[in-house]
Write a protein that binds this ligand. Structure first.
Ligand SMILES: [Fe+2]
Length: 291
């Protein structure tokens, strides 16, 4: 297969509760697929997790007779919990994330004062993926791109002409991801965005989220050409210093995401719950006056 003309099929499932898009990427019905950035539903009032969103993915995979090879994360999300272990149990596949996740685990092990046994080497995940490493579907091969900035461990996944950009670019009228979480860096995000914008004009860029203005419907795919001309934060001509100034000013006005505390504690464990306490119940922590 000619990897430059490889055009995978992409199905996006939008979760209105967290504004997240989960993708199923594949070459043909009946073949192998990757699932990118799944969502585990979480009710903050009761502390209950549930699987309605993940079951949409399960349904789609069954309906198209796909074989799950990869369950991928673009980063340790701060706004939704991952359903990766649930999907692995239902569908198989290997859970992968960018190799720099270890840095994120180190930061949050401190923030949450996690148990001594919590490893900060990424070993909770099945595979740690490094830049330029390739991952195969059937004949088509995907590549990993390091795109740090929103977190130090963010990666994008490129399968042929489709790139799953994680929290870097958003739709052109929304802009870019925030850089103010622990380990975030606006200069790095600018460099990562330039890397994405240097891809061919017609490359399809799939967003991790959409926060649509009131006058348009949810959308989650654009092209490099559209982003270069229209992205409100990083269109052609915006310098690194302009971007960093804008990003810092804007980040200073943003509240923490509603699910940051549960999300991070679950997601740095590859989606697993913290160890149960002596009574058999799993607990999450709330660090006071810390974030
Ligand atoms: Fe994120």
């Amino acid at each position: 297969m000619n990897q430059t003309t490889f055009k995978p099929l992409v199905h996006g499932i939008f979760d209105p509760a967290t504004w997240t898009v989960t993708y199923v990427v594949y070459e043909k019905p009946g073949g192998a697929c990757a699932i990118i950035d799944s969502v585990l539903d979480f009710d903050t009032k009761s502390g209950r997790t549930s699987h309605a969103s993940a079951d949409k993915v399960v349904h789609y995979v069954h309906e198209h007779n796909l074989r799950v090879k990869w369950i991928l994360e673009t980063h340790a999300h701060a706004d939704h919990l991952t359903a990766a272990p649930y999907l692995k149990e239902k569908l198989g596949g290997q859970i992968g994330i960018g190799a720099h996740i270890a840095q994120v685990q180190q930061v949050f092990k401190q923030v949450f004062n996690l148990e001594d046994e919590f490893k900060t080497d990424g070993s909770q995940f099945d595979v740690l993926l490094s830049a330029n490493q390739s991952i195969a579907l059937d004949e088509g091969v995907g590549h990993i791109m390091d795109v740090p900035g929103h977190t130090p461990a963010c990666v994008a996944y490129q399968f042929g002409d489709a790139v799953f950009v994680g929290d870097t670019l958003f739709m052109p009228d929304v802009g870019t991801a925030r850089c103010d979480f622990p380990g975030g860096n606006a200069q790095s995000l600018y460099a990562s965005v330039q890397k994405l914008l240097s891809l061919p004009d017609d490359t399809r860029l799939f967003m991790c989220h959409d926060y649509p203005p009131t006058d348009r419907a949810v959308a989650f795919v654009s092209t490099v050409a559209e982003q270069r001309t229209k992205n409100i934060h990083v269109h052609h001509g915006v310098s690194e210093s302009d971007f960093v100034r804008m990003r810092k000013q804007r980040d200073a006005t943003l509240e923490m995401p509603a699910l940051i505390l549960p999300s991070v504690q679950i997601n740095i464990r590859a989606g697993n719950l913290p160890p149960a306490e002596a009574n058999g119940t799993h607990y999450l922590k709330i660090p006071l006056n810390s974030l």
